[in-house]
Design a binder for this molecule. Structure first.
Ligand code: G3P
Length: 214
């Protein structure tokens, strides 16, 4: 199972604080995989300072060279990322952009998680064969009601549409029971942010969420 923790651009998970957070999380003993998604600007720093796998929050399909202001996938790889999140509802891409990014990310052997807001979008995204698809209803992101509680049918419909690609779910996942419900529905992991990043004790919260995988 996979616990993917998106640092977003929270100040609690930026720069030095991103390192502190990663250090706390890497002390967790678990048979499950914990993946961190820090900001692009923190990748190199984190890669040097944590043993946990790092997936960048977004990478661009551009090549290195005359691409001012973009973040080439190659740079992300060289900075130490093992994978990339793409198409988060806070950073949507067109299908064509996604296709190009997936191609280039694959060429650099980066793992890929693509987010989808609906089962239909997930079905379309499955054509690109990412390593994971994460279903996240935007309206529940950052709230206290989890996708597995409020919209279980979104997860089951996604699982019907997506075959042979592990599905994750996210949005509003705050506690062990939210994770347990999601696992019961058939996901291979969860994507979380505020529950861990904004917690007084992020390690305790992450450990609690991991218990939901049992
Ligand atoms: O990428 C995960 C995120 O969108 C979910 O956020 O704060 O609802 O766990 P949150």
């Amino acid at each position: 199972m996979h616990l993917v923790i998106n640092f977003k651009t929270y100040k609690e998970a930026s720069g030095e604080k991103a390192i502190n957070l990663a250090k706390k999380l890497e002390n967790i003993k678990s048979k499950h995989t914990i993946i961190l998604c820090p900001q692009q600007i923190d990748i190199a720093l984190l890669a040097k300072n944590t043993t946990l796998p790092i997936f960048v929050q977004h990478a661009d399909f551009v090549e290195k060279g005359q691409t001012t202001g973009w973040i080439p996938t190659e740079s992300v790889k060289k900075a130490g990322a093992q994978g990339t999140l793409l198409n988060h509802s806070e950073h949507k891409l067109s299908f064509n952009q996604l296709k190009k990014t997936v191609e280039i990310a694959r060429s650099f052997r980066l793992k890929i998680i693509i987010c989808a807001a609906t089962p239909d979008e997930a079905k379309n995204i499955a054509l690109l064969k990412p390593d994971f698809i994460a279903i996240e209803p935007p309206e529940l992101i950052g709230g206290n009601i989890s996708v597995s509680t409020a919209k279980p049918e979104l997860i089951t419909d996604t699982l019907k549409q997506v075959k042979n690609i592990p599905v994750l779910c996210g949005a509003g996942i705050k506690k062990k029971s939210d994770v347990a419900k999601a696992v019961k529905l058939g996901v291979q992991g969860v994507l979380v942010a505020s529950s861990v990043v904004l917690a007084k004790n992020p390690k305790n919260v992450a450990e609690e969420l991991l218990k939901g995988f049992k």
